[in-house]
Write a new protein. Structure first.
Length: 149
């Protein structure tokens, strides 16, 4: 009897695999980084260069900082969902990382003077986080999850 079928039949939760725990840790770190970046961006509105550029730029800097902070909080919430085996959180993290990769690719295409390093790094990070959620023990962990979808 496989681990997934045993967990499904007994109604117990499967033990979280190490690769999923690694994804959770990486997702928490990314979320905390975004929260800190958002706070710094909000405080950047008080920098002399930003003040000299006018109120319009200060508003944009503040809104970007707030959006980054909220994105970080969403990322942290999704990490908690992944830790519990929530399949919706797995789909959301996959979608966010794929969207982030597409935006990086668009940036690369729009700014042809830049090298492809950023896009390659983003692709590697996305693969390191997404693949363990869908294949191998990570995929079986979410398949056996008793968290309601």
């Amino acid at each position: 009897m496989t681990e997934v079928s045993r967990a499904t039949q007994t109604g117990t939760r499967m033990r979280r695999p190490g690769v999923v725990t690694l994804v959770v840790v990486l997702t928490y770190v990314a979320g905390l980084f975004d929260v800190l970046l958002g706070i710094l961006a909000i405080f950047a509105r008080y920098l002399p260069d930003v003040i000299d550029d006018g109120e319009g730029i200060r508003l944009v800097v503040t809104l970007v900082g707030a959006a980054t902070l909220l994105f970080g909080l969403l990322t942290i919430a999704l990490a908690s969902g992944i830790a519990r085996g929530d399949r919706v959180a797995r789909w959301c993290v996959t979608g966010l990382l794929l969207l982030s990769f597409v935006l990086t690719a668009v940036y690369f295409i729009a700014h042809t003077g830049q090298g492809p390093v950023g896009m390659i790094v983003q692709a590697v990070i996305s693969a390191v986080v997404i693949l363990p959620l869908w294949i191998g023990r990570g995929g079986r962990y979410f398949a056996a999850s008793t968290v309601p979808v």
